[in-house]
Design a protein around this ligand. Structure first.
Ligand code: FAD
Length: 394
């Protein structure tokens, strides 16, 4: 059995764990990341692609944004299509100049691992954490096969099916929501980069297009709850994209097709003793507002500040209030994501003619002008100015 001692043990090398590890090590805090999968696997896992304004700001401040700023692209508007109309929401202008950056999650993960490796803190890959013990003592432990890490604090960044959340006592509650539909998610080869996010609302079901790289876009197609990839041969995907999302770029092959269960969860509270939860381990969001990865990074930034303060001898107030602070924000973001989903899907029992006209009216309000549109723009782009404050981007 190999034994290690560190200040902070981090379980999971996704965006949350890697941002946290980078911020801690840059502040002189010793930490170890254990990751169940291989390095090649996590660096190749295509998921999110839209980084919010405040995510980019945090990465910049941490000195972690170099390659993203060189290779990513900025996006400040999205299109909603409904009843044959295309309505542009220029959230960049409406929020005073804040924008998204398009940079695939796997590229960011690769950069964050490289930065850690450069400082001598390469995560321990292919190491599954089996249990977290002694979290209410000053020396919690993370147990992996043939490895035990003793530390001052453990941060569970191990996603929605990890071991950290399962280590919480039954007094911690998980609040789940299951939506009455699923999304087929398709990574597709395209002849030109998507110029912006497109949301199409229609009687045949929602469809969306998200930019990723010059030759890849991610598409979403609403499908029946419980549907499987087996029901979606390439011919049907092409057909449905054309029916729901015209005009379309020229779409080629589909390197990745899967059904995403449309569900959301929040765990309360996010701390027990010396174990903190961050990212998808703490909350799952649907991809509707492109919030999951961004909220994971926001948790990591908050946890890093709180832990650095405590480990430098502070009185630990920020750490004691971590859960309260994060939950207030997590529920704000869940509410936004839920609201956007309601806009994008028609209730099955309503007359589509009436429901679609209501949707179009709501979409046109988002295009502005006025405080309603500004508030949506700030929340959508993650400016950090909650509630529609009219700050300028930095
Ligand atoms: C198709 C798709 C599209 C998405 N689009 C967007 C988007 O546009 N914008 C957005 O913001 N979000 C999006 N998301 C969500 C986003 O990808 C997640 O919210 C994000 O990955 C969460 O980061 P995380 O670090 O918390 O968790 P993860 O990225 O899930 O990382 C957790 C890590 O922990 C590891 N792990 C698990 N258990 C253990 C264990 N026992 N021991 C050791 N390691 C363990 C896992 O292998 C994994 O590497 C999307 C998700 C999907 C699936």
């Amino acid at each position: 059995m190999r034994r290690l001692r560190t200040q902070v043990a981090i379980i999971g090398a996704g965006p949350a764990g890697l941002v946290l590890a980078n911020l801690l090590t840059r502040a002189g805090v010793d930490c170890r990341v254990v990751e169940r999968c291989s390095r090649a696997h996590v660096e190749g896992r295509a998921r999110a692609g839209l980084l919010e304004h405040r995510t980019v700001r945090a990465l910049r401040q941490g000195g972690l944004a170099g390659r993203m700023l060189a290779e990513g692209t900025r996006h400040g508007w999205c299109d909603f299509r409904c009843l044959g109309r295309s309505v542009r929401v220029d959230y960049g202008a409406l929020s005073g100049g804040h924008t998204h950056w398009v940079y695939p999650q796997q590229f960011l993960v690769r950069d964050l691992i490289a930065a850690l490796a450069h400082g001598g803190f390469t995560p321990l890959f292919s190491r599954t954490a089996r249990a977290v013990a002694d979290i209410t003592t000053p020396r919690p432990r993370v147990m992996c096969d043939a490895l035990e890490i003793t530390c001052d604090y453990v941060v569970g960044c191990d996603g929605s099916r990890g071991v950290s959340r399962a280590s919480l006592p039954a007094t911690h509650r998980v609040f789940p929501r299951r939506y009455p539909y699923d999304w087929l998610t398709v990574l597709a080869e395209v002849d030109e980069a998507a110029p912006c996010v497109v949301y199409a609302v229609g009687a045949g079901g929602f469809a969306g297009m998200m930019p990723r790289t010059r030759h890849l876009s991610r598409f979403y197609l609403q499908c029946a709850p419980g549907d499987t990839e087996a029901h979606w041969p390439a011919r049907r995907i092409h057909e449905q994209l054309r029916a729901r999302l015209t005009p379309l770029p020229k779409v080629g092959g589909f390197p990745d097709v899967r059904v995403l269960r449309m569900r959301a969860t929040v765990t309360e509270p996010l701390r027990h003793g010396r174990l903190l939860l961050a990212g998808d381990a703490a909350h799952v969001l649907t991809p509707s507002g492109a919030k999951g990865m961004n909220l994971a990074v926001a948790d990591a930034v908050d946890a890093a500040e709180a832990l650095i303060g405590r480990l430098r001898g502070g009185e630990g107030h920020a750490l004691a209030t971590y859960s309260e602070r994060r939950l207030a924000e997590i529920w704000r973001v869940q509410e936004f994501s839920d609201r956007l989903l309601r806009l994008l899907h028609l209730p099955p029992d309503e007359d589509p003619g009436f429901a679609l006209r209501l949707r179009l009216a709501a979409i046109q309000r988002l295009a502005g002008p006025g405080p309603h549109a500004a508030a949506f723009a700030h929340q959508y782009v993650g400016s950090g100015a909650e509630g529609g404050a009219h700050g300028r981007a930095d």
